[in-house]
Design a protein around this ligand. Structure first.
Ligand code: NAD
Length: 328
């Protein structure tokens, strides 16, 4: 199959490219390298079945050109940092909602009919039911990121209805693993490498979050694409575990062999729009035969090991690691 992958140089997208190539597919990757890195595509770039186009989804012609002849679109490019929403109020709308409409328009132009989309558990805002199922009543939105992803989901559903496309919408919890470059584990490892004697923690450390290892996330995406024939499939992807931020700090400090003093910013939220509890009901994805293999603790440990081997990744994201608290 010929696949288009937007966000192919990013954390999850670059792993997806490697996986699709290993399964024998041809891949057209598209990325503006705003947060993505060429080093994450090193292996793919040596593969003759991979072609990379550097470009921006906000440029419709470039997007359609790169998508030519592709049957399946994996749309992962986005502004994936939930924390900075209120500092850049139109960024999520542009990068997450409008860019998605551009992808859908490029699909109309090129006649690609199937799309998989990386949405987020953040669309549940402050959910009332835990674990939260896909059919949770439409909640009040608490972040511009979540709202922009929910808007994108709506456009995908409407294009599927209006133009005979097939859509797969995946609402991920936070993803962990090799090539991870944003989120709280990144923040904590960066801080501890710089000053192992203390650690600044956003909120009170009691936020409860669920995490999923990146290869398990890919298994979930591919299981759905292979096994679900619905016009639109909406699936949560996460583990059936959650942990307190404080618990993850214990795992990280154990892995790094440091004993820092913990300095809490206070309050039950890490930032405006942070959801103090994220835990998704993933039984629908499990019914398709998917099971995550790594526990949250294993995911954290692998991520810490990878980050320690790649100090060059720190300082690259907006505001440096000290502000990179929220991935969603
Ligand atoms: N990482 C997580 O925990 C997580 C959780 C839930 C959902 N998601 C979603 O999964 C997807 C991938 O996230 P990630 O963690 O790999 O993020 P990432 O920032 O590592 O990857 C995003 C990629 O998209 C590219 N990009 C951004 N805007 C672009 C544009 N306008 N045109 C072309 N390329 C553009 C970036 O350069 C980057 O390579 C995103 O849609 C994100 O919202 C991620």
């Amino acid at each position: 199959m010929r696949c288009f992958v937007s966000g192919c140089a990013g954390f999850i997208g670059s792993h997806l490219v490697d996986r699709l190539l290993s399964l024998g597919h041809e891949v057209a990757g598209f990325d503006n390298l705003s947060t993505g890195r060429t080093q994450f595509m090193a292996e793919a770039l040596r593969n003759p079945r991979f072609r990379f186009a550097e470009g921006d989804l906000l440029e419709t012609d470039a997007t359609a050109r790169a998508m030519a002849d592709c049957e399946f679109v994996f749309h992962l490019a986005a502004n994936a940092d939930v924390r900075f929403g209120t500092e850049h109020p139109t960024r999520d709308l542009q990068q997450n909602t409008i860019a998605t409409v551009h992808v859908l328009e490029a699909m109309r132009e090129t006649r690609a009919k199937r799309i998989a989309f990386a949405s987020t558990g953040s669309i549940y805002g402050e959910a009332q039911v835990f674990p939260t199922p896909e059919n949770h009543p439409l909640p009040r939105q608490t972040s511009l990121y979540g709202a922009s992803k929910l808007g994108a989901e709506g456009f995908i559903e409407a294009y599927c209805e209006g133009f005979g496309m097939q859509g797969y919408i995946f609402r991920f919890v936070s993803i962990l693993g090799e090539r991870y470059t944003h989120g709280h584990v990144f923040d904590f490892v960066g801080q501890l490498q710089e000053h192992p004697e203390f650690l600044r923690v956003l909120g009170d450390g009691k936020q409860r979050k669920s995490y999923l290892y990146v290869q398990d996330c890919l298994d979930g995406i591919l299981a759905a694409v292979e096994n679900s024939r619905a016009k639109v499939t909406v699936l949560n992807l996460g583990t059936d575990q959650y942990c307190e931020v404080n618990q993850s700090i214990e795992w990280i400090t154990e892995e790094m062999n440091v004993r820092p003093e913990l300095i809490y910013a206070g309050g039950e939220r890490g930032w405006i729009g942070d959801n103090p509890f994220i835990f998704l009901d993933c039984s629908a994805a499990r019914a398709l035969g998917w099971r995550p293999k790594a526990s949250i603790k294993e995911g954290v440990a692998r991520t810490v090991r990878y980050l320690r081997e790649h100090p060059e990744l720190f300082g690259a994201r907006e505001g440096g690691f000290l502000r990179a608290g929220g991935s969603a």
